[in-house]
Design a protein around this ligand. Sequence first.
Ligand SMILES: Nc1nc2c([nH]c(=O)n2[C@H]2C[C@H](O)[C@@H](COP(=O)(O)OP(=O)(O)OP(=O)(O)O)O2)c(=O)[nH]1
Length: 171
Amino acid sequence: MLLKKAYTLVFIRTATQILLGFKKRGFGVNLYNGFGGKIEPNETIVDAALRELKEECCLTVRKSDLKNVGHLEFSFEGEPNLMVVSVFSSNIYEGTPKDTEEMSVKWFNYSEIPFQKMWPDDAIWLPLMLENKLFYGRFHYINNNTIGHYKVEELKSMEEFYAKRNLGSVN
Ligand SMILES: Nc1nc2c([nH]c(=O)n2[C@H]2C[C@H](O)[C@@H](COP(=O)(O)OP(=O)(O)OP(=O)(O)O)O2)c(=O)[nH]1
């Protein structure tokens, strides 16, 4: 039985670009990613997503402008945890992205996303997000660089997906 640990991941996008942060420390160090982290006790998933976004790149997004676009699950060979990541996207934000202790921020054109410097699974599901599709992905890593097996599905609705799995909403 895998022990579930919940995380958030937020992507800020314009019509042509995506904002990524180069992680300076901790899990996923030296990789580009969206902004997110662990959900604290007594915090909703959306509240955690907004807090982590602000902490990691100094941007503010209204709850109503944050769209839940995907659900990812990760396991690692020999580890008892299932990392469950709620993925969000927004194209409306306040503030100017700033480097923080945890991340160096950079805008990338959609045609220049640095997949070779990102988690290997991102190249599989992130294109779905860029096409404004909803998705579910399940990845099992053999080590930090190698995916053993995976499945990715396009979803019709996040609510329908959560209901089928008896999961609560992100709010
Ligand atoms: N794009 C992508 N993101 C991932 C993958 N796996 C994974 O955990 N993430 C995300 C989810 C979280 O946003 C982030 C991990 O959270 P974290 O360890 O930085 O959490 P935190 O900020 O609360 O941690 P800390 O302050 O204690 O260092 O990485 C992946 O394979 N691809």
